[in-house]
Each structure stands twice: as C-alpha cells, then as structure tokens.
Write a protein of this length. Sequence first.
Lengths: 157, 94
Amino acid sequence: MAKTPQKSPTRALTLPATTTSASIRFGIILDVNGTSVPVTSEDLANAKANGVEFTLQNAVTLGSINDFESWVSTQFNVSLPTAADLPPPLDSVVGAITGMIITVEKAHIKVPGSASKDGVGYTLETNGTFQPEIPLIAGKLGIQGMVFGFSNEPAEN
Amino acid sequence: MIDPITTIDEAIGEINRRFEATLPRLADLDPKSFLASLWKLGAVVQDNPPAPLLFKACATDAAFAFAHNLTGQFIVYVTSGDDAPLSPCVPNPD
C-alpha cells in the first residue's frame, strides 16, 4: 500500500539576524624607512563632502636606523645637533641615537573633501628608546628615549 | 562579462555595484581635488582576498606621495565585521 505523504507541520520561517555587515574602508600602507605602516579609514559615508581620515591601527616598531641623521633630515626636514653643540651629559645622547629603537606611535592623514581648498593634513610621530638608558644621575635619573615627528595639523589639547 | 578593473575609480564602481554602496565616482568629484587624484590611480584587484575581506583593490603606484615626504600605497577594501590587518595586494597568478 502506498504511503500517503505526510504534511510537515507548518513552521514560521525565521531568517537569522544579520550579525555582520560589509564595511567599506580605505587604507594606506605608508613606507617609513622601508617598513610598512598601515593606516586605515573609518567612515566613508560622506567622503565627498568631508574627505577621508586615516589613522594608525597599531604602533609599528621600525628597529634601529643605521643612518639616523640622514633619515631624520629626509623624513622630518630637520637637522640634529652634534655632540659639540650640547653640554655634558646631554652630548652623550647624540652618540646613543644610532642605536635607538624607533617606533611609530602616531600616524594620521586627512584628505580633504572634494570642494575643500585645504591641503592634505598629516602627522607622523615616533619615539626612540635608548638601549640602555643614558644615566644623568647614577641610579636616580636617566634618559630613556626621545619623541620626535612632524605635522602640519593643529596640536591636540 | 565584467570589464576589468584598472583604476581605483573603477574599483569603487564595482564596490557600489556589488555591495549596493553609494561611494562617489570620479565624475562626482572636483577634478582638481586630492580625492580625485586618488580615484585616478591605476589599480589591481586581488582575487579571493582572505577572510574577513570581501573585496580588495590596491593602487599600482606603491609610492604615491600623500604629503611631501609621506609616501605609500592606497587601498580600497570591503570587510565583513571587524577591520582586517592591511597588507599589499598579493599578485594574481598569470
């Protein structure tokens, strides 16, 4: 005897809630002394009117830079003082600079909106850590590093 | 057949089509603006980018000058959910 197909109980069709949504972003992989430094955008909804703002995802360590003085001159357009320009014990800082471990702590680029007459805003901030620190007063006071960079944006409060 | 994507503007057009987005196209921008110079960059699309990426296109000029001494590669990408670590496009096999 042929079986009569049984009807499935009627069930409401429930679609899974949308837990993920596509996010459209822009990014830039900056080249800082041969190291890739990625910066990414957030909101692109009003890119035409407001432009696009890029910020650093995570701090990036560059390591030590062999020709540090030349790199600073090229990258930041500044000249470092020589040891002869500084009084002791600060003159020892100059000799330790080459061995500094350099880390990019902040990178920001603001591309203005299409109608804006502003130029591109930028900030690149790095810090260098002396290995080991430079003692000023033995066991009490020392210089662990220095912060430097360049920017054409207003300083933050 | 979909035309090959050769510029950032075409990549943005593809994103608008595929993800129903409304990003401005080159024709919408002031041609002298910096934004327009980004849209005009040559681009290559990475096939099958790793999750969570859904789409990724990189400027072919990896040393475009954003400021006088800040150079880099411009990338447009689509992710599902959280942001993804950014890296250059992997060359597509011939």
